[in-house]
Design a protein around this ligand. Structure first.
Ligand SMILES: *Cc1c(COP(=O)(O)O)cnc(C)c1O
Length: 448
């Protein structure tokens, strides 16, 4: 299997190179040259398979030239050692909770597979890699927990000192060993700008730097797994299913798109965003305008004004968009409008949904999942004939990650899962850096 760059100016590579490089040398994102198909018997057999076995089967055609089936299966079984609850809510509507991993967000699914795949390939080459990541909270903690103690990997995480919650910070700062967390006296955008500058700084070319954010195809492919799993547990092949996905950078949703392209029967993918509504606007009008700076909303992990995965979505629908958001070939908008229903949800609607869903169904949502559930309601309002169809909405984080919102709206503190409890007592170690690239670059040169 070959992976090509969305900018079309870089040579095709195998999965192994795409994973270890992160971004293509022409600044584009890697995407598979051809998309493998699933057979009817394959999909029907999933109902008897474990989660890990389903993911391994989905991933294999993308990497069978660089890893054995047995090794891939072992990696998936090691990575996915936690539950994936599917709650029935109403009619044929379900909620899939992707919050049982070590950092209680869906980002654990991608980070844990990616860490093990990277380590596997590095061991073969006897190489080491330094992963540099900027985070607004969730990515950094998932990456830190997934890569902690993984041989061949060193991880540096930059987080905005005053913009992460205490719990998020503790998940990055209590690990030590191969994980270094740095609190920057700046905003998330400043962290991201410093990481970008480091990647293109010739003085640092001797350091084997790579990235683990959702531009990496290795983070995206494992995110097909839970959609296939949900289908295997609630659908009867060949009936179609619809997924409702709260979106920020659209990495999560691209997993569903890829699975649909492989042949999983899907009716609609409902894209639910907060007030950062550049994608629903684009699908409606055909004009794309990024939102700078992004709007601050309650569902803060989705405050993205220019999703990096949009270039992959445009490519999948026959168009071309560069990383700045400029479209040189329009994708098939008509087809996109048939495949997606996209909707923007305000903070007030998010709050109302948390209260309403708890009262009506005794189901506890946090702000990101509530954006999704509100999106589902809007979808059913516009397509009433879909009310009795098979629908799965995604909850991307555990309510205990957002205790302030739950306390304010429902008057109680959500129960903290064991994964988040056990870090409370651990001591933290981190450095605080000024907002100064030179200071950071010098520190990298001294350390690596
Ligand atoms: C990252 C994140 C999202 C957005 O996912 P994308 O893949 O960036 O669209 C949604 N909810 C939570 C809780 C997240 O951490």
């Amino acid at each position: 299997m070959q992976f090509i760059s969305t900018n079309q100016q870089a040579p095709a590579v195998t999965f192994r190179e795409a994973l270890l490089q992160g971004q293509a040398p022409d600044g584009g994102l890697y995407w598979p040259l051809s998309i493998p198909s699933l057979s009817e018997s394959q999909i029907s057999a999933w109902s008897a398979l474990s989660y890990a076995s389903i993911v391994a089967e989905l991933l294999l055609p993308y990497m069978s030239d660089v890893i054995t089936k047995e090794r891939l299966q072992a990696i998936c079984h090691e990575a996915y050692n936690f539950d994936i609850p599917l709650e029935h809510v109403n009619q044929r509507q379900h909620l899939m909770r992707l919050d049982q991993g070590p950092t209680a967000s869906f980002k654990d699914f991608a980070a844990r597979a990616m860490a093990r795949l990277m380590s596997h390939f590095l061991k073969e080459d006897q190489r080491e890699l330094v992963i540099l990541t900027a985070t607004s909270g969730d990515t950094g903690s998932a990456i830190a927990q997934a890569f902690a103690g993984v041989p061949g990997m060193k991880v540096v995480i930059l987080f905005p000192r005053d913009e992460v919650t205490r719990r998020q910070r503790k998940q990055m700062t209590t690990l030590r060993g191969n994980i270094t967390a740095i609190a920057l006296e700046g905003k998330f955008d400043d962290c991201q700008a410093m990481v970008k500058q480091a990647f293109s700084d010739p003085r640092l070319s001797g350091i084997p730097l790579s990235s683990a954010n959702s531009i990496n195809i290795g983070r995206l492919l494992p995110q097909m797994g839970y959609y296939a799993y949900a289908y295997s547990r609630v659908a009867q092949y060949p009936e179609p299913i619809s997924f409702v996905i709260p979106c920020g950078n659209f990495g999560n949703m691209m997993g569903a798109c890829l699975l649909r392209a492989m042949g999983l029967p899907m009716e609609r993918i409902v894209i639910a965003v907060n007030s950062n509504d550049e994608v629903p606007t684009f699908l409606g009008s055909g004009t794309y305008e990024k939102i700078v700076p992004s709007r601050n909303c309650l569902s803060n992990a989705m405050n993205v004004g220019h999703p990096s995965n949009l270039t992959r979505l445009v490519q999948l629908y026959g168009g071309q968009m560069d990383h700045t958001g400029t479209i040189s070939t329009m994708p098939n908008l008509e087809q996109m409008r048939r495949d997606f229903f996209s909707v923007s949800i305000s903070d007030q609607e998010t709050r109302d949904t948390i209260v309403q869903v708890y009262k009506e169904y005794n189901v506890l949502l946090e702000p990101h999942g509530a954006v999704g559930w509100a999106g589902l309601q809007k979808y059913l309002k516009s397509q009433p004939d879909m009310a009795a169809s098979l629908l799965v909405a995604i909850e991307t984080a555990h309510p205990a990650k957002f205790p302030e919102a739950i306390q304010e709206l429902l008057g109680f503190d959500p129960e903290v899962p064991p994964s988040l409890q056990h870090i409370e007592a651990k001591p933290e170690t981190f450095d605080t850096f000024p907002h100064d690239y030179e200071h950071f670059a010098q520190w990298l040169l001294d350390k690596f």
